[in-house]
Design a protein around this ligand. Sequence first.
Ligand SMILES: NC(=O)c1ccc[n+]([C@@H]2O[C@H](COP(=O)([O-])OP(=O)(O)OC[C@H]3O[C@@H](n4cnc5c(N)ncnc54)[C@H](OP(=O)(O)O)[C@@H]3O)[C@@H](O)[C@H]2O)c1
Length: 383
Amino acid sequence: MKIGLLGHGVVGSGVTAITDSCAVKRVRRLEVSRILVKDEAELTDPRCTLNVEEILQDPEIEIVAECMGGLEPAHTFVSRALEAGKHVVTSNKKMFAHFCPELCALAAENGVTIRYEAAVGGGIPWMANLTRVKRLEPVQSFRGIFNGTTNYILTRMEETGMDFAECLNEAQSLGYAEKNPTDDIEGYDAKYKAALTAMKTFGAEPDLDAVITYGISTVSSKDLAWAKENGRSLKLIAEGKDDGDSISLWVMPVFLSKNDIFANVRENFNAAESDSKTLGKAVYIGQGAGSLPTAHAVVQDLLDIYVNQDAVPEAMKKRTVYNGNISARFYIRTGKPELFDAVTEQKLAEDTLLTKEMPLSEADRMIKESGDAALFAAMVAGE
Ligand SMILES: NC(=O)c1ccc[n+]([C@@H]2O[C@H](COP(=O)([O-])OP(=O)(O)OC[C@H]3O[C@@H](n4cnc5c(N)ncnc54)[C@H](OP(=O)(O)O)[C@@H]3O)[C@@H](O)[C@H]2O)c1
Protein backbone atom coordinates (compact mmCIF):
# COMPACT_ATOMS: atom_id res chain seq x y z
CA MET A 1 0.00 0.00 0.00
CA LYS A 2 1.52 3.34 -1.01
CA ILE A 3 1.60 6.23 1.39
CA GLY A 4 2.09 9.93 0.74
CA LEU A 5 3.68 11.66 3.72
CA LEU A 6 3.06 15.38 4.28
CA GLY A 7 5.87 16.86 6.40
CA HIS A 8 9.23 15.32 7.25
CA GLY A 9 10.04 16.92 10.61
CA VAL A 10 10.16 15.28 14.05
CA VAL A 11 7.12 13.01 13.52
CA GLY A 12 7.35 12.54 9.73
CA SER A 13 10.99 11.42 9.88
CA GLY A 14 10.03 8.98 12.65
CA VAL A 15 7.37 7.53 10.33
CA THR A 16 9.88 6.88 7.53
CA ALA A 17 12.41 5.53 10.06
CA ILE A 18 9.87 2.92 11.23
CA THR A 19 8.35 2.00 7.87
CA ASP A 20 11.75 1.88 6.09
CA SER A 21 13.46 -0.31 8.68
CA CYS A 22 10.72 -2.43 10.25
CA ALA A 23 11.14 -6.16 9.72
CA VAL A 24 7.43 -6.91 10.30
CA LYS A 25 5.99 -8.16 7.01
CA ARG A 26 2.80 -6.12 7.13
CA VAL A 27 4.68 -2.91 7.89
CA ARG A 28 7.05 -3.60 5.02
CA ARG A 29 4.04 -3.55 2.71
CA LEU A 30 3.35 0.03 3.82
CA GLU A 31 5.59 1.92 1.46
CA VAL A 32 6.11 5.67 1.92
CA SER A 33 6.43 6.47 -1.77
CA ARG A 34 6.33 10.31 -1.69
CA ILE A 35 7.27 12.86 0.98
CA LEU A 36 6.16 16.50 0.82
CA VAL A 37 8.77 18.95 2.14
CA LYS A 38 8.84 22.75 2.12
CA ASP A 39 12.37 23.79 1.17
CA GLU A 40 14.78 22.68 -1.54
CA ALA A 41 17.37 22.06 1.17
CA GLU A 42 15.12 19.27 2.47
CA LEU A 43 15.16 17.34 -0.84
CA THR A 44 17.53 14.82 0.71
CA ASP A 45 15.62 11.64 -0.21
CA PRO A 46 14.63 10.70 -3.80
CA ARG A 47 11.01 10.38 -2.57
CA CYS A 48 10.87 14.04 -1.50
CA THR A 49 8.89 16.58 -3.47
CA LEU A 50 7.95 20.25 -3.11
CA ASN A 51 4.73 19.69 -5.08
CA VAL A 52 1.74 18.37 -3.13
CA GLU A 53 -0.05 17.49 -6.40
CA GLU A 54 2.42 14.63 -6.86
CA ILE A 55 0.77 13.07 -3.81
CA LEU A 56 -2.84 14.21 -4.12
CA GLN A 57 -3.09 13.30 -7.80
CA ASP A 58 -1.17 10.03 -7.66
CA PRO A 59 -3.79 7.26 -8.04
CA GLU A 60 -1.39 4.70 -6.55
CA ILE A 61 -1.21 6.53 -3.21
CA GLU A 62 -4.03 5.17 -1.04
CA ILE A 63 -3.21 6.84 2.28
CA VAL A 64 -2.01 10.34 3.12
CA ALA A 65 -0.22 10.77 6.46
CA GLU A 66 -0.30 14.42 7.54
CA CYS A 67 2.53 15.35 9.93
CA MET A 68 3.02 19.02 8.98
CA GLY A 69 1.19 20.73 11.83
CA GLY A 70 -0.71 24.06 11.80
CA LEU A 71 -4.20 24.83 10.48
CA GLU A 72 -3.40 25.69 6.86
CA PRO A 73 -2.47 24.30 4.42
CA ALA A 74 -2.83 21.06 6.44
CA HIS A 75 -6.64 21.37 6.51
CA THR A 76 -6.88 21.96 2.75
CA PHE A 77 -4.47 19.14 1.87
CA VAL A 78 -6.33 16.68 4.14
CA SER A 79 -9.71 17.70 2.68
CA ARG A 80 -8.41 17.25 -0.84
CA ALA A 81 -6.91 13.85 -0.02
CA LEU A 82 -10.29 12.67 1.35
CA GLU A 83 -12.13 14.07 -1.68
CA ALA A 84 -9.69 12.14 -3.88
CA GLY A 85 -10.75 8.94 -2.09
CA LYS A 86 -7.58 8.55 -0.03
CA HIS A 87 -7.56 7.50 3.63
CA VAL A 88 -5.92 9.99 5.99
CA VAL A 89 -3.86 9.61 9.16
CA THR A 90 -2.97 12.80 11.03
CA SER A 91 -0.89 13.67 14.09
CA ASN A 92 -2.06 17.31 13.96
CA LYS A 93 -4.31 17.92 17.01
CA LYS A 94 -4.71 21.63 16.40
CA MET A 95 -6.01 21.21 12.86
CA PHE A 96 -8.11 18.17 13.69
CA ALA A 97 -9.68 19.70 16.84
CA HIS A 98 -10.86 22.62 14.67
CA PHE A 99 -12.13 20.54 11.74
CA CYS A 100 -12.85 17.03 13.08
CA PRO A 101 -16.63 16.89 12.41
CA GLU A 102 -16.24 18.38 8.93
CA LEU A 103 -13.38 16.03 7.99
CA CYS A 104 -15.08 12.93 9.44
CA ALA A 105 -18.20 13.75 7.39
CA LEU A 106 -16.05 14.23 4.29
CA ALA A 107 -14.34 10.88 4.92
CA ALA A 108 -17.73 9.17 5.31
CA GLU A 109 -19.03 10.78 2.10
CA ASN A 110 -16.03 9.45 0.21
CA GLY A 111 -16.09 5.99 1.78
CA VAL A 112 -12.64 6.38 3.37
CA THR A 113 -11.44 6.80 6.94
CA ILE A 114 -9.47 9.35 8.92
CA ARG A 115 -7.49 8.30 11.97
CA TYR A 116 -5.70 10.43 14.56
CA GLU A 117 -4.21 8.23 17.30
CA ALA A 118 -0.98 10.26 17.43
CA ALA A 119 -2.85 13.55 17.91
CA VAL A 120 -3.73 12.77 21.55
CA GLY A 121 -1.22 11.25 23.95
CA GLY A 122 1.51 10.69 21.32
CA GLY A 123 2.47 7.03 21.50
CA ILE A 124 -0.22 6.02 24.02
CA PRO A 125 -2.92 3.84 22.37
CA TRP A 126 -5.70 6.05 23.74
CA MET A 127 -8.08 6.37 20.78
CA ALA A 128 -7.78 2.63 20.05
CA ASN A 129 -8.71 1.75 23.62
CA LEU A 130 -11.59 4.24 23.72
CA THR A 131 -12.92 2.60 20.54
CA ARG A 132 -12.74 -0.80 22.24
CA VAL A 133 -14.50 0.40 25.41
CA LYS A 134 -17.20 2.03 23.31
CA ARG A 135 -17.94 -1.25 21.51
CA LEU A 136 -19.47 -2.41 24.80
CA GLU A 137 -20.67 0.67 26.65
CA PRO A 138 -20.59 4.47 26.73
CA VAL A 139 -17.63 6.22 28.31
CA GLN A 140 -19.02 8.44 31.07
CA SER A 141 -15.97 10.56 31.76
CA PHE A 142 -12.25 10.90 31.09
CA ARG A 143 -9.30 12.87 32.37
CA GLY A 144 -5.77 13.25 31.12
CA ILE A 145 -2.32 14.69 31.58
CA PHE A 146 -2.20 15.41 27.88
CA ASN A 147 0.75 17.79 27.67
CA GLY A 148 4.26 16.46 28.24
CA THR A 149 5.96 19.88 28.19
CA THR A 150 3.96 21.27 31.12
CA ASN A 151 4.27 17.98 33.00
CA TYR A 152 8.04 18.15 32.60
CA ILE A 153 8.14 21.77 33.82
CA LEU A 154 5.93 21.07 36.85
CA THR A 155 7.93 17.94 37.75
CA ARG A 156 11.21 19.87 37.61
CA MET A 157 9.79 22.78 39.63
CA GLU A 158 8.61 20.28 42.26
CA GLU A 159 11.94 18.40 42.35
CA THR A 160 14.33 21.34 42.31
CA GLY A 161 12.48 24.39 43.63
CA MET A 162 13.53 26.22 40.43
CA ASP A 163 11.18 28.82 38.99
CA PHE A 164 8.99 28.47 35.91
CA ALA A 165 11.24 30.35 33.46
CA GLU A 166 14.32 28.25 34.32
CA CYS A 167 12.39 24.98 33.92
CA LEU A 168 10.87 26.16 30.63
CA ASN A 169 14.40 26.94 29.37
CA GLU A 170 15.52 23.48 30.41
CA ALA A 171 12.52 21.88 28.62
CA GLN A 172 13.36 23.88 25.48
CA SER A 173 17.04 22.88 25.56
CA LEU A 174 16.03 19.20 25.85
CA GLY A 175 13.66 19.57 22.89
CA TYR A 176 10.52 18.98 25.02
CA ALA A 177 9.20 22.49 24.46
CA GLU A 178 8.95 24.37 21.19
CA LYS A 179 10.63 27.76 20.62
CA ASN A 180 7.17 29.31 20.83
CA PRO A 181 5.69 27.38 23.78
CA THR A 182 2.38 29.31 23.98
CA ASP A 183 0.09 26.42 22.98
CA ASP A 184 1.67 24.20 25.64
CA ILE A 185 1.98 26.56 28.60
CA GLU A 186 -1.36 28.33 28.11
CA GLY A 187 -3.20 24.99 28.04
CA TYR A 188 -4.36 25.23 24.39
CA ASP A 189 -2.59 22.02 23.33
CA ALA A 190 -4.30 20.14 26.18
CA LYS A 191 -7.62 21.76 25.17
CA TYR A 192 -7.33 20.45 21.60
CA LYS A 193 -6.62 16.96 22.93
CA ALA A 194 -9.49 17.18 25.42
CA ALA A 195 -11.83 18.28 22.61
CA LEU A 196 -10.68 15.39 20.37
CA THR A 197 -11.20 12.96 23.24
CA ALA A 198 -14.70 14.36 23.85
CA MET A 199 -15.49 13.93 20.16
CA LYS A 200 -14.37 10.32 20.34
CA THR A 201 -15.88 9.40 23.72
CA PHE A 202 -19.15 11.34 23.65
CA GLY A 203 -19.67 11.74 19.86
CA ALA A 204 -19.79 15.43 20.78
CA GLU A 205 -18.93 18.44 18.68
CA PRO A 206 -17.91 20.95 21.37
CA ASP A 207 -17.45 24.68 20.93
CA LEU A 208 -13.68 25.09 21.54
CA ASP A 209 -14.21 28.61 22.92
CA ALA A 210 -16.51 27.22 25.64
CA VAL A 211 -13.83 24.90 27.05
CA ILE A 212 -12.59 26.57 30.27
CA THR A 213 -8.81 26.63 29.76
CA TYR A 214 -6.05 27.65 32.16
CA GLY A 215 -2.34 26.96 31.67
CA ILE A 216 0.73 27.20 33.86
CA SER A 217 2.46 30.34 32.50
CA THR A 218 1.85 32.23 35.79
CA VAL A 219 2.84 29.39 38.15
CA SER A 220 5.58 30.19 40.66
CA SER A 221 7.85 28.17 42.94
CA LYS A 222 5.66 29.44 45.84
CA ASP A 223 2.73 27.40 44.46
CA LEU A 224 4.86 24.26 44.26
CA ALA A 225 6.08 24.90 47.82
CA TRP A 226 2.44 25.00 48.98
CA ALA A 227 1.84 21.68 47.17
CA LYS A 228 4.82 20.11 48.96
CA GLU A 229 3.74 21.36 52.40
CA ASN A 230 0.29 19.92 51.82
CA GLY A 231 1.33 16.53 50.40
CA ARG A 232 0.09 17.36 46.92
CA SER A 233 1.37 17.34 43.38
CA LEU A 234 0.50 19.99 40.77
CA LYS A 235 -0.53 18.71 37.31
CA LEU A 236 -2.18 20.27 34.26
CA ILE A 237 -5.35 18.20 33.97
CA ALA A 238 -7.94 18.01 31.19
CA GLU A 239 -11.28 16.51 32.10
CA GLY A 240 -14.55 15.73 30.33
CA LYS A 241 -17.86 14.26 31.44
CA ASP A 242 -21.09 13.36 29.70
CA ASP A 243 -23.87 15.11 31.63
CA GLY A 244 -26.70 14.10 29.29
CA ASP A 245 -27.96 17.33 27.71
CA SER A 246 -24.50 18.89 27.91
CA ILE A 247 -20.89 17.90 28.48
CA SER A 248 -18.38 19.40 30.89
CA LEU A 249 -14.93 20.02 29.44
CA TRP A 250 -12.09 21.95 31.03
CA VAL A 251 -8.31 22.26 31.36
CA MET A 252 -6.73 23.59 34.56
CA PRO A 253 -3.80 23.00 36.91
CA VAL A 254 -4.96 20.77 39.76
CA PHE A 255 -3.34 20.12 43.15
CA LEU A 256 -3.74 16.33 43.34
CA SER A 257 -3.41 14.26 46.46
CA LYS A 258 -0.18 12.19 46.40
CA ASN A 259 -2.14 8.92 46.36
CA ASP A 260 -3.83 9.85 43.07
CA ILE A 261 -2.19 7.73 40.35
CA PHE A 262 -1.84 10.86 38.18
CA ALA A 263 0.30 12.52 40.89
CA ASN A 264 3.04 10.00 40.10
CA VAL A 265 3.07 10.57 36.33
CA ARG A 266 6.33 12.49 36.05
CA GLU A 267 8.72 14.14 33.59
CA ASN A 268 7.32 14.40 30.06
CA PHE A 269 5.01 11.39 30.39
CA ASN A 270 1.30 11.59 29.55
CA ALA A 271 -1.60 9.77 31.21
CA ALA A 272 -5.19 9.19 30.15
CA GLU A 273 -8.06 7.65 32.11
CA SER A 274 -11.51 6.59 30.99
CA ASP A 275 -14.42 5.63 33.22
CA SER A 276 -17.24 3.37 32.06
CA LYS A 277 -19.81 1.16 33.74
CA THR A 278 -18.40 -2.36 33.60
CA LEU A 279 -14.71 -1.69 32.93
CA GLY A 280 -14.55 1.08 35.53
CA LYS A 281 -11.46 3.25 35.50
CA ALA A 282 -8.78 2.29 32.98
CA VAL A 283 -5.53 4.27 32.95
CA TYR A 284 -2.95 4.46 30.16
CA ILE A 285 0.49 5.99 30.77
CA GLY A 286 3.30 6.47 28.26
CA GLN A 287 5.33 8.70 25.99
CA GLY A 288 3.09 11.58 24.99
CA ALA A 289 5.50 12.97 22.40
CA GLY A 290 8.83 12.43 20.66
CA SER A 291 9.71 11.32 17.16
CA LEU A 292 9.51 7.52 17.40
CA PRO A 293 6.74 7.10 20.03
CA THR A 294 4.49 9.48 18.06
CA ALA A 295 5.46 7.89 14.74
CA HIS A 296 4.64 4.51 16.28
CA ALA A 297 1.04 5.69 16.72
CA VAL A 298 0.94 7.01 13.13
CA VAL A 299 2.19 3.67 11.78
CA GLN A 300 -0.35 1.77 13.93
CA ASP A 301 -3.08 3.87 12.27
CA LEU A 302 -1.61 3.09 8.83
CA LEU A 303 -1.63 -0.61 9.69
CA ASP A 304 -5.24 -0.48 10.93
CA ILE A 305 -6.25 1.01 7.59
CA TYR A 306 -4.17 -1.62 5.78
CA VAL A 307 -5.98 -4.43 7.61
CA ASN A 308 -9.27 -2.61 7.03
CA GLN A 309 -10.25 -1.88 10.61
CA ASP A 310 -12.73 0.83 11.59
CA ALA A 311 -13.83 1.74 8.06
CA VAL A 312 -15.90 4.92 8.43
CA PRO A 313 -15.76 7.52 11.24
CA GLU A 314 -18.82 8.02 13.45
CA ALA A 315 -21.23 10.93 13.07
CA MET A 316 -21.09 13.69 15.71
CA LYS A 317 -23.69 15.90 17.32
CA LYS A 318 -23.25 19.49 18.46
CA ARG A 319 -23.17 19.46 22.28
CA THR A 320 -23.20 22.41 24.67
CA VAL A 321 -20.18 22.67 26.95
CA TYR A 322 -21.43 23.55 30.45
CA ASN A 323 -19.05 23.55 33.41
CA GLY A 324 -21.56 24.70 36.04
CA ASN A 325 -21.83 21.15 37.46
CA ILE A 326 -18.11 20.98 38.28
CA SER A 327 -17.60 22.05 41.85
CA ALA A 328 -14.29 22.39 43.75
CA ARG A 329 -12.13 24.57 45.97
CA PHE A 330 -9.67 26.81 44.12
CA TYR A 331 -6.17 28.03 45.02
CA ILE A 332 -5.76 31.60 43.81
CA ARG A 333 -2.63 33.77 43.92
CA THR A 334 -3.36 37.31 42.80
CA GLY A 335 -2.41 40.95 43.29
CA LYS A 336 -6.12 41.62 43.91
CA PRO A 337 -7.11 39.09 46.61
CA GLU A 338 -9.88 41.40 47.90
CA LEU A 339 -11.93 40.62 44.77
CA PHE A 340 -12.30 37.07 46.08
CA ASP A 341 -13.29 38.01 49.70
CA ALA A 342 -16.86 36.73 49.25
CA VAL A 343 -15.68 33.22 48.33
CA THR A 344 -12.50 32.98 50.45
CA GLU A 345 -12.40 30.07 52.89
CA GLN A 346 -8.77 30.47 53.99
CA LYS A 347 -6.07 33.11 53.49
CA LEU A 348 -2.76 31.33 52.79
CA ALA A 349 -0.63 34.48 52.34
CA GLU A 350 -1.12 38.18 51.62
CA ASP A 351 -1.68 37.38 47.93
CA THR A 352 -2.90 33.76 48.11
CA LEU A 353 -6.20 32.24 49.17
CA LEU A 354 -8.27 29.08 49.07
CA THR A 355 -11.88 29.49 48.05
CA LYS A 356 -14.77 27.59 49.55
CA GLU A 357 -16.28 24.92 47.31
CA MET A 358 -17.82 26.66 44.29
CA PRO A 359 -18.74 25.94 40.64
CA LEU A 360 -15.83 26.04 38.17
CA SER A 361 -17.87 28.30 35.87
CA GLU A 362 -18.28 30.84 38.71
CA ALA A 363 -14.57 30.71 39.62
CA ASP A 364 -13.75 31.20 35.92
CA ARG A 365 -16.04 34.25 35.74
CA MET A 366 -14.45 35.87 38.85
CA ILE A 367 -10.89 35.17 37.63
CA LYS A 368 -11.60 36.67 34.20
CA GLU A 369 -13.35 39.71 35.72
CA SER A 370 -10.33 40.37 37.99
CA GLY A 371 -8.32 41.36 34.90
CA ASP A 372 -5.14 40.21 36.70
CA ALA A 373 -2.93 38.73 33.97
CA ALA A 374 -0.40 37.45 36.55
CA LEU A 375 -3.05 35.55 38.55
CA PHE A 376 -2.39 31.83 39.07
CA ALA A 377 -5.39 29.57 39.60
CA ALA A 378 -5.57 25.86 40.29
CA MET A 379 -8.24 23.45 41.42
CA VAL A 380 -7.70 21.61 44.70
CA ALA A 381 -8.90 18.01 44.28
CA GLY A 382 -10.31 16.03 47.22
CA GLU A 383 -9.73 16.80 50.92
N1 LIG B 1 6.74 16.31 18.01
C1 LIG B 1 5.95 15.54 18.71
O1 LIG B 1 6.41 14.87 19.64
C2 LIG B 1 4.49 15.45 18.40
C3 LIG B 1 3.69 14.59 19.16
C4 LIG B 1 2.33 14.46 18.85
C5 LIG B 1 1.81 15.21 17.82
N2 LIG B 1 2.60 16.08 17.12
C6 LIG B 1 1.99 16.86 16.04
O2 LIG B 1 2.48 16.38 14.81
C7 LIG B 1 2.58 17.47 13.86
C8 LIG B 1 4.03 17.57 13.38
O3 LIG B 1 4.84 17.84 14.49
P1 LIG B 1 6.45 17.82 14.38
O4 LIG B 1 6.94 17.89 15.78
O5 LIG B 1 6.90 16.74 13.51
O6 LIG B 1 6.70 19.24 13.69
P2 LIG B 1 7.97 19.66 12.85
O7 LIG B 1 9.19 18.99 13.36
O8 LIG B 1 7.95 21.15 12.75
O9 LIG B 1 7.67 19.02 11.41
C9 LIG B 1 6.72 19.52 10.54
C10 LIG B 1 7.37 19.52 9.16
O10 LIG B 1 6.38 19.84 8.20
C11 LIG B 1 6.94 20.83 7.35
N3 LIG B 1 5.91 21.64 6.72
C12 LIG B 1 5.12 22.57 7.28
N4 LIG B 1 4.31 23.12 6.36
C13 LIG B 1 4.61 22.51 5.19
C14 LIG B 1 4.14 22.66 3.86
N5 LIG B 1 3.21 23.55 3.55
N6 LIG B 1 4.67 21.87 2.91
C15 LIG B 1 5.64 20.97 3.21
N7 LIG B 1 6.15 20.79 4.44
C16 LIG B 1 5.62 21.56 5.43
C17 LIG B 1 7.82 21.66 8.25
O11 LIG B 1 8.75 22.40 7.49
P3 LIG B 1 9.34 23.78 8.11
O12 LIG B 1 10.06 23.37 9.36
O13 LIG B 1 10.25 24.26 7.03
O14 LIG B 1 8.18 24.67 8.39
C18 LIG B 1 8.48 20.57 9.08
O15 LIG B 1 9.60 20.02 8.45
C19 LIG B 1 2.10 18.70 14.63
O16 LIG B 1 0.74 18.88 14.37
C20 LIG B 1 2.31 18.33 16.08
O17 LIG B 1 1.41 19.02 16.93
C21 LIG B 1 3.93 16.21 17.39
